[in-house]
Design a protein. Structure first.
Length: 154
């Protein structure tokens, strides 16, 4: 990381918290860099993540096939600077995410991101659904997919 002139570091890829020394890495990065974030699937506990780390926590939607892995107790550790991300694969996912947000005030206190599943929902479709519903969420592209496609390790 030190080879790049940046102050913003994101730890991501698969599930970073599954790596044995991830917590130590996050703390070391916070000691050196001004902004550190963690993108996590939400399947593992975030309680011990350094409080200086901005968490980007996924809530898996039904179309992902992984919604049973959502650890909703992680929502207890969400701070106002954190983000909750729903990756949307269909209009059904969109409606599910909308009702999930409405039902849980822990989600409502965070910044909420909606991101379309690459090549399943277009950014335009998702933006139209958000606008029509009047949701207070940000639409986010999966930039790594736009830049590198399906290239492994990116």
């Amino acid at each position: 990381v030190s080879a790049y002139p940046t102050e913003y570091i994101t730890v991501t890829g698969g599930e970073p918290l599954a790596q044995q020394h991830c917590h130590q890495l996050l703390t070391a990065l916070c000691d050196r860099y001004s902004q550190v974030s963690l993108e996590t699937s939400g399947a593992l506990c975030v309680a011990k993540v350094d409080p200086r780390v901005r968490k980007i926590l996924d809530i898996k939607t039904p179309d992902s096939g992984e919604s049973s892995k959502n650890r909703l107790s992680n929502l207890d550790y969400i701070q106002p600077q954190d983000e909750i991300k729903f990756v949307i694969g269909s209009h059904r996912d969109f409606l599910w995410a909308q009702s999930t947000i409405a039902a849980d005030p822990r989600i409502q206190k965070a910044n909420i991101l909606f991101s379309p599943i690459y090549e399943q929902v277009t950014l335009r479709e998702l933006a139209e659904w958000v606008l029509t519903a009047g949701l207070h969420v940000r639409v986010q592209a999966q930039l790594h997919k736009i830049i590198w496609g399906e290239e492994p390790g990116r």
